[in-house]
Design a protein around this ligand. Structure first.
Ligand SMILES: Cc1cc2nc3c(=O)[nH]c(=O)nc-3n(C[C@H](O)[C@H](O)[C@H](O)COP(=O)(O)OP(=O)(O)OC[C@H]3O[C@@H](n4cnc5c(N)ncnc54)[C@H](O)[C@@H]3O)c2cc1C
Length: 399
C-alpha cells in the first residue's frame, strides 16, 4: 500500500489478490463489509452483524490484527489516518490527489512509518516523523538505526525524536496541529502508525486460549485450544525455531503459509507449519533494511550467551565497487557456536544476504559452517569472500 500511495504501483487493482468474482468461481461465498459478532458453539453457527447465521462444522479465525492508537486526544479529527486496509490507502491517496496535502506527519517509527515517509516524499509531500524513541526501527542495532535516520534526513524527512504527542487539534495555518512535549507541528495530514495487536476479541468470547503474546495459541496444525477450531495469520501465535518459543509476528508471508497449512488439514491432508526464524525486510529510499533470527536481548532471554560481530562490506567485488556498502551484524551463541541472528542495512544485495542467512538459521548451522559455505561468486554480485563469510570469520576469532 505505501508503494501505491507513493505512485510506484499505479493502480489499486494490483493490490487485490483475488476479486469477489474469483472467489465465487472457486465456490467460496464472500460477505464483504459485515462483521462476525457471535459464535454459537452449541449450534455450530456464526452470527453476522446483518443477523444472518452461518452454520459451520469447522471454524477458522483469520481476524488479523487491529491498529493500536496512542492515548492522544484529537485522533478522531478529519485528516487523521491509519493504514491497515485498502480503503485506508485509498483515502490517503485521495487526500494527496486533492492537492491540499502539502505536509504530512507520521506518529511512529516502525517499518510502515518508514515506508510511508518515503511514499509521502515520492508523492511530493513534505514529511515529518514524530517518535518517542531516540532512533527509528528499534528492532535494529542503534548504529544501523542511525543509518536509517540519516537516510530519512538525506531525503528531506523532518525527524522529531524523543517527542511525545500530547494532543491533536485543529490548526490555524494548516488543518491539523500536533501538540507535543517539544512544541507544535502543523500538518495537513496525520498518519498514526504505532503498531498493531492481535485481533482476538471474538475468539476470546468462546474461551480460546491466548498466549503471553496476546495472540491465539495454536499447535503446529494451526488448531487452537479447541478441537476443530483453527487460527491463522496475525491473530495467531507462531513457533520461533531459534528461540524455540511461541511468538507473535504479524507478517503477511507467515499469514499466507499458516492459511495454507490450516486449509490442508481441514481438507484432510495433514500438514504441519514448521515455524519461522523471524526474517523481515523493508526499504527506505535507497537503503535496504533486513533482519532475521534473534537480537542480543532476545538471545539472552532464550538462554543463549550472545557474541556479536559487525562488519561493513560491499555488494560487489571491491574492484567493481561504486561506494555502496552492506553493514552486517551477526549474533552467535558463545558456548555452542550456533548462529542465532543477523541484521543488515545497506545497498542492493542486503536483503539477499539476510535471506540466505535465514536458510542457515532454519538449518540450525553453526558460525564455522557458514564461514566456508559455498556461495555463488562473480564480481558484479560479491567478492570471493562475501561480507557474510568475513563476518563469520571475525566472529569466530572471538571464541
Ligand atoms: C501498510 C502495511 C504494509 C505491510 N507490509 C508488509 C510486508 O512488506 N511484508 C509482510 O510480511 N507483511 C506486511 N504487512 C503485514 C501484513 O499485511 C499482515 O501480516 C497480513 O495482512 C496479515 O494477514 P491476516 O489475514 O492475518 O490479517 P488481515 O489481512 O488483517 O485480515 C484480517 C481480516 O479479518 C477481518 N476481521 C477481523 N475481525 C472480524 C470479524 N469479527 N468479522 C469479520 N471480519 C473480521 C478484518 O477486517 C480483516 O479484513 C503490512 C501491513 C501493512 C498495514
Amino acid at each position: 500500500m505505501p508503494y501505491y500511495i507513493g505512485d510506484v504501483i499505479a493502480s489499486e487493482k494490483k493490490l487485490i489478490a483475488r476479486t469477489p468474482e474469483a472467489f465465487e468461481k472457486s465456490g467460496i461465498r464472500e460477505r464483504l463489509n459485515t462483521e462476525a459478532e457471535e459464535v454459537d458453539e452449541n449450534k455450530g453457527e456464526v452470527r453476522l452483524r446483518t443477523g444472518e447465521r452461518i452454520p459451520y462444522d469447522i471454524l477458522v479465525f483469520a481476524t488479523g490484527a487491529s491498529v493500536t492508537m496512542p492515548p492522544v486526544p484529537g485522533l478522531d479529527l478529519p485528516g487523521v489516518h491509519v493504514l491497515k486496509t485498502l480503503p485506508d490507502a485509498l483515502s490517503i491517496k485521495e487526500a494527496i490527489g486533492s492537492g491540499k496535502v502539502k505536509k504530512a506527519a507520521v506518529i511512529g517509527a516502525g517499518f510502515i512509518a518508514m515506508e510511508m515517509a518515503e511514499a509521502f516524499r515520492t508523492a511530493g509531500v513534505e514529511a515529518s516523523l514524530i517518535q518517542q524513541a531516540k532512533l527509528p526501527v528499534r528492532r535494529w542495532d542503534p548504529d544501523y538505526a542511525t543509518l536509517v535516520k540519516e537516510e530519512l534526513v538525506k531525503h528531506g524527512v523532518h525527524c522529531h525524536p524523543e517527542t511525545s504527542p500530547k494532543a491533536v487539534e485543529k490548526g490555524v495555518s494548516s488543518p491539523l496541529r500536533v501538540v507535543t512535549d517539544r512544541g507544535e507541528i502543523d500538518t495537513d495530514l496525520l498518519l498514526v502508525a504505532t503498531g498493531v495487536r492481535p485481533e482476538t476479541r471474538l475468539a476470546e468470547t468462546i474461551g480460546l486460549a491466548v498466549g503471553e503474546t496476546r495472540a491465539l495459541r495454536v499447535n503446529f496444525s494451526q488448531e487452537t485450544s479447541r478441537e476443530g477450531v483453527y487460527a491463522v495469520g496475525d491473530c495467531a501465535e507462531v513457533f520461533h525455531r531459534v528461540s524455540q518459543s511461541w511468538t507473535s509476528l504479524p507478517l503477511g508471508d507467515i499469514a499466507n503459509k499458516q492459511g495454507r497449512v490450516a486449509g490442508s488439514n481441514i481438507g484432510g491432508t495433514p500438514l504441519l507449519f514448521p515455524g519461522v526464524v523471524g526474517a523481515q525486510s523493508f526499504k527506505v529510499f535507497d537503503l535496504q533494511v533486513a533482519a532475521t533470527g534473534l537480537d542480543e536481548g532476545e538471545a539472552k532471554q532464550s538462554g543463549f550467551t550472545p557474541v556479536v560481530e559487525k562488519v561493513t562490506g560491499t555488494p560487489t567485488a571491491r574492484s567493481m565497487s561504486r561506494g555502496e556498502r552492506i553493514h552486517l551484524k551477526l549474533i552467535a551463541d558463545r558456548s555452542t557456536g550456533r548462529f542465532l541472528g543477523a541484521q543488515a542495512v545497506g545497498s542492493r544485495g542486503t536483503v539477499s544476504r539476510i535471506n540466505f542467512l535465514s536458510a542457515a538459521l532454519w538449518s540450525g548451522l553453526k558460525i564455522d559452517e557458514i564461514a566456508y559455505m559455498d556461495l555463488a561468486y562473480s564480481p558484479p554480485f560479491g567478492g570471493a569472500w562475501d561480507p557474510v563469510h568475513i563476518a563469520c570469520h571475525a566472529l569466530m576469532r572471538q571464541f
